[in-house]
Design a protein around this ligand. Structure first.
Ligand SMILES: [Zn+2]
Ligand SMILES: [Zn+2]
Length: 331
C-alpha cells in the first residue's frame, strides 16, 4: 500500500489562525502540538476539489487510476490509517462501456422489467408495493383493465339492444360536462340514429314536432334505449319529451344512456407500455373545445372520421368499434 514516510517539518504559522505551528511541506498539514500521524507522502486536502476523487467516485465516471497504490492526494478520516485516498481525474484512464456492455445492460434492464415490472405500464415492484401487484400487473392497471373491459361490455350491450343514438342541437352553446342545474336551452334539432343501420331514423332536418312524435312512438311502442353524447344532452331531450316529469325520478330515465368518457377510459395498445388516459376533466362549454374533444376521441380510437365531427356520430362509431373488441385477458 502507501509508503509512509517522515514529515518534512518546518516552523511556520497556521494560515487561518496565524498561530505558530509546525508545517509539513510534503503533506501540507499543520500542528501546534504533538505530531500524531504519519506522513502520507501526498498533499492532504482540507476542502473538496473537483480535480480529485475517490476510487468509487472516479469509477462512477468509468475512470480508473493507473496505480491504486499511488494516490495523488489524501483526506483525513477519524480512524486508522487516518487517511482516505484521492486520485487525480486528469491522470486516470477512461474506459467507456463497449457496445457489447451497453447492449448487455439494456438486456439486463429488460429482464428486470419482465420479472419485476407491470405488464402494462412501467411501474416496478418494490418491497412496499409488492402486495399491490397481482399476476404481474400493478393495482392501477388492474383497475383500468377492469374499467376498460366494463366499457367494452357496455358497448356490446348497447349494440345488442340496438340503441338509438341521439344528437341534439341547441341555440346556445352547452357544456359537455354537467355542473349543477341546467340553464335554459332552446332546442333547434334532434337527430336519431340506430346503431344497426347506416342512415338516421330521424334526421337533423326533420321538423321538431315531427321528431317529437316519432321519438315518442319509438319510446312508447318498443321502449328503445337512447344513447347521448353527454349528460347535458340527455337532460335537454328528457325535458323536451317529458316536460311534466321529474327527470331524476321517472322510470324512463333507465332507458337513457350516456357513454361516459371519464378517467376510467384508457386505451392500451399491445406494444404500449404506458396507458393513454383520456379524461373529461374539462368543461367544454365552448363549441370549439367540444370539437377538439371529439377530434381527440377520433384519433384515440382510430375511427378515421372526417371533419366536421358530429359528437353523436363519433360516439356511435366508438360504440360499434369497441363492441367488436376483445376484452383484455386478465386472470
Ligand atoms: Zn507530512
Ligand atoms: Zn401497471
Amino acid at each position: 500500500m502507501v509508503k509512509w514516510q517522515a514529515h518534512n517539518i518546518e516552523e511556520g504559522r497556521h494560515p487561518q489562525s496565524g498561530r505558530k505551528a509546525r508545517h509539513c511541506t510534503i503533506c501540507d498539514q499543520y500542528w501546534t502540538g504533538r505530531v500524531g500521524v504519519e506522513c502520507p507522502g501526498v498533499p492532504v486536502l482540507h476542502t473538496y476539489s473537483e480535480q480529485y476523487g475517490t476510487k468509487t467516485q472516479l469509477a462512477r465516471d468509468r475512470l480508473y487510476p493507473p496505480d491504486e497504490e499511488q494516490p495523488d492526494a489524501a483526506y483525513r478520516v477519524k480512524n486508522a490509517p487516518y487517511y482516505g485516498w484521492l486520485y487525480d481525474r486528469s491522470k486516470a484512464i477512461a474506459r467507456p462501456l463497449t457496445s457489447g456492455q451497453i447492449a448487455g445492460n439494456r438486456k439486463r434492464e429488460e429482464t428486470i422489467r419482465q420479472r419485476y415490472g407491470c405488464r402494462f405500464c412501467s411501474t416496478r415492484y418494490t418491497k412496499q408495493h409488492y402486495v399491490h401487484f397481482q399476476h404481474g400487473t400493478c393495482g392501477t392497471c388492474r383497475d383500468r383493465i377492469r374499467a376498460w373491459n366494463d366499457l367494452l361490455a357496455s358497448c356490446q350491450k348497447l349494440k345488442a339492444e340496438d340503441t338509438f343514438v341521439v344528437q341534439v342541437e341547441t341555440e346556445e352553446p352547452r357544456s359537455l360536462v354537467k355542473w349543477g342545474s341546467l340553464p335554459a336551452l332552446t332546442l333547434t334539432s334532434v337527430e336519431v340514429w340506430p346503431l344497426s343501420v347506416e342512415t338516421p331514423a330521424i334526421t337533423a332536418e326533420t321538423p321538431l314536432k315531427d321528431a317529437y312524435g316519432m321519438l315518442h312512438f319509438y319510446l312508447d311502442s318498443s321502449g328503445l334505449p337512447l344513447l347521448f353524447a353527454s349528460a347535458v344532452d340527455q337532460e335537454v331531450v328528457y325535458r323536451w319529451l317529458y316536460p311534466d316529469w321529474n327527470f331524476w325520478e321517472n322510470f324512463h330515465f333507465k332507458d337513457f344512456h350516456v357513454l361516459r368518457f371519464s378517467h376510467d377510459l384508457a386505451y392500451p395498445l399491445p406494444e404500449q407500455k404506458d396507458w393513454r388516459v383520456f379524461s373529461d376533466r374539462h368543461d367544454y362549454y365552448q363549441p370549439n373545445a367540444a370539437a377538439g374533444y371529439y377530434r381527440e376521441l377520433n384519433d384515440l380510437f382510430g375511427l378515421g372520421m372526417q371533419d366536421p365531427l358530429v359528437p353523436t356520430h363519433v360516439i356511435r362509431q366508438i360504440v360499434l368499434t369497441l363492441a367488436d373488441r376483445d376484452p383484455i385477458a386478465f386472470p
